[in-house]
Design a protein around this ligand. Structure first.
Ligand code: SF4
Ligand code: SF4
Length: 396
């Protein structure tokens, strides 16, 4: 473990810079006004390379799960829809799982590329322990290639190219407890690619009474998803668009596997919220938005919270403007018109759809401004005004 990185206090400017660097997967990082958040720790090595010892550790890695060995020394990873066939000494598409000697290794186990304390609303999770803080962990790597990724410096790099810190699962949980977080979270890059690390942290967290939040692109195969479901308190799944064309052209990925994961999660008891980042000209066609909402209502249910997040220019899409508020309003109205009960507009501080309204009586059940919770009028999971049940994780 590197010395001098634990609990280092940093100044406000450094905090804001870091907060922007590691904004959640679909978020447009605003940095300021995040409420009761403290920067915690981060890797101290120079970006773009690790010290020799770190490279050796990354090269060794830890044996991964969810793969088959082949007679010719190849391995087949079964973790996500890509089902990579890896010849000896090659990486999977996610860049952090490697075939060494016919064995698949994770190169990011215990290697945190970012850790930070955030309000749970930033995930976003709006129906779980409102106003609490989460201890977030991310690593290098991702199985998608989103052109709008805010965290591409982590997600689109190899393990040895990301400044990382040794952080054993028990240490992550101890730090979450020490900093009075109610939950741990996996975010910033795609947690599926560090599933072994995620599950060990999640397991240790549950033993200590913490909640577990998983923010994922949803592209995970059924068996590993079942293992994650057994440990999770809540999922936030990015439903980036409702066409295979968008997934192919903008993310180099596949919609079908995300829809299957959403169905599997919904069939479990675990709380689910969905995020759609609305990108001008790419996925803001209102007919497609209506199709997506109709599918959510018909397949998952009308009480799944849906967040429409505002896009901001980033990475390979710096040519596009921020999403106009009127577009977000149109998406919001389409979702409500389709019957969805909890529809939010994110990355738009002060928007009326930052708050939770009771679908029965219309009372403001949780008042928010951006990530800040102003009031909670939910008691025992029910609207204080009319007693209507509001789905969510209101206690652990
Ligand atoms: S997790 Fe990585 S190695 Fe495994 S199938 Fe997906 S992209 Fe390939
Ligand atoms: S899925 Fe991967 S590439 Fe896409 S936004 Fe999330 S971290 Fe970035």
């Amino acid at each position: 473990m590197k010395k001098g990185t634990d609990n280092n206090a940093i100044n406000r400017r450094a905090f804001l810079r870091r907060a922007v660097d590691v904004a959640a997967c679909t978020g447009f990082a605003l940095g300021a006004g995040l409420g009761p958040v403290r920067e915690f720790l981060s890797g101290s090595g120079a970006r773009g390379g690790c010290a020799f010892g770190d490279e050796k550790k990354n090269a060794d890695g830890k044996e991964a799960g969810y793969y088959d060995k082949r007679d010719d020394g190849e391995v087949k990873c079964n973790l996500c829809f890509r089902e990579c066939l890896l010849p000896l000494d090659t990486l999977g598409t996610c860049r952090v799982r490697i075939n060494r000697g016919g064995v698949l290794y994770s190169l990011v186990h215990g290697r945190a590329g970012a850790q930070q304390i955030d309000p749970i609303e930033k995930e976003p999770v709006f129906h779980m322990l409102p106003g609490s803080t989460i201890f977030c962990t991310g690593t290098a790597g991702c199985n998608f290639r989103c052109k709008f990724c805010h965290n591409w410096e982590m997600s689109q790099r190899k393990a040895q190219e990301v400044s990382s810190t040794d952080r054993a699962p028990a240490d992550v949980v101890a730090n979450a407890l020490k900093n009075k977080c109610r939950s741990v979270s996996f975010t910033y890059n795609e947690p599926v690619v560090f599933i072994e690390y995620m599950c060990e942290i999640a397991s240790a967290a549950r033993e200590k009474g913490l909640g577990v939040v998983v923010h994922s692109n949803g592209a995970i195969s059924s068996e590993p998803l079942g293992d994650v479901i057994s440990l999770a308190s809540a999922f936030t799944i990015d439903l980036k668009a409702f066409t295979e064309k968008f997934y192919k052209d903008v993310c180099a990925a596949r919609l079908r596997s995300v829809l299957e994961s959403l169905e599997q999660i919904r069939k479990s008891e675990v709380h689910l919220e969905i995020v759609n980042l609305v990108i001008p000209t790419l996925n803001d066609n209102i007919a497609d938005v209506k199709k997506m909402c109709a599918w959510i209502v018909g397949t998952l249910g009308k009480d799944v919270p849906l967040h429409f997040n505002r896009f901001g220019p980033a990475y390979k899409l710096k040519n596009l403007p921020m999403t106009p508020v009127k577009t977000l309003d149109a998406c919001h109205d389409a979702a409500r018109g389709a019957g969805l009960e909890f529809v939010y507009v994110g990355n738009c501080p002060g928007h009326k759809a930052n708050s939770t309204h009771c679908p029965k009586c219309g009372a403001k059940a949780i008042e928010r401004n951006h990530f800040e919770v102003k009031s909670v009028k939910i008691k025992d999971g029910k609207c204080e005004s009319c007693g209507h049940a509001i789905p969510g994780v209101w206690r652990l």
